[in-house]
Ligand binder design. Sequence first.
Ligand code: OVM
Length: 400
Amino acid sequence: MSVLDAAAAPVSDLDPYAEEFLRDPYPRQQQLREAGAVVWLSRHRLWAVTRHEEVDTVLRDPQTYCSSRGVGLADFARETPWRPPSLLLEADPPQHTAARHAITAVLGPRTVREMRQAFESRAQQLVEELVRGGSFDAIHDLAERFPLTAMSDQIGVPQDGREHLLVYGALAFQAFGPRNERTERSLREGEQAAAWVAEHTRLSELRPGGLGARIHASAVEHGFSEQHAELLVRSVLTAGIDTTVIAIGNALWLLARHPEQWAALRDDPSLARTAFEEGIRVETPIQVFCRTTTRAVQLAGVPLAEGDKLLLLLAGANRDPRRWEDPERFEIRRSASGHVGFGAGIHACVGQMIARLEGEAVLSALAARVQTLEPAGEPRRLIHNTLRALSSLPLRVVAR
Ligand code: OVM
């Protein structure tokens, strides 16, 4: 950015990685959104893209806004990434296209259909147990337990050590932020988890016939080396468990705080899927992702230089009043489709149909079995560079 151009663009010294921002992000995201569609963040020297229309535009133009220079603050053209880049997330066409094909061949509609029965029974079983107990920690006892059992079984990792997937997911997302104390701590505390994940990307460690083994095989069939096949399995282990834990936890928190929305779901469990989607819109698990410009370009009238980093406020876009009526309101009957919580365009979440199936299974099992769902103590918030999540959520339920 030249000195001249700076005058044309709004500037903010808000720090999206400051603790007070992360604790209560929505008023600050709104402030940035009202300052402009594209705002220069002087503290981190990058652009915030604040509104739904422009976030969507950037996500759908991977030629101009690339992923191969990293989708966090680190520019891979200048800095060494903390781990070998993902062949899927941190890649552009044509390399990305090949990786996407290899993985989509496994995670397609047929696979998703075949998982429904197992997910529904596991969700019903867990809910039954929790209803008997009456009160529980919805993060530990439900939001974490469901993906860690049902989805890990599908992937085909052994039971022993699965909890490393939560630590590893949190670490990978932390590292999209700056190398601040949060990132450093996650790197220190995630060392064992990273070793476990690396080991369990290997075909020899994955259950034959499971998603992991099938992705590995599909990758090799698509011409990837053994090592690259392992990297593709790593994508699923990174992004396939922790994210759904958070989305389920956030949905439960929203439902517990909005009794009329809970009542609507209980009275019509077929709303489970849209309720989960609406939860992702208002409490977007992955709050931000970055892109890097491949050329000089104007976005919303703001001139960007080649190599500029853009911080896409996905959560801000999902609450943009230009796109959503009464955006702050959690309304499970609304159509939240078009939200960017799963991204958009060629990089849109490859596991989103599985995520939705998980959310639907958990929420419909609760709706079928529970009369009232209430807070039973103060939730605890995780303060994280990229993720909007709770670490504890005490709930009380009464059977119907
Ligand atoms: C990956 C990946 C994909 C999506 C999200 C993500 C850490 C990682 O390919 O490793 O977040």
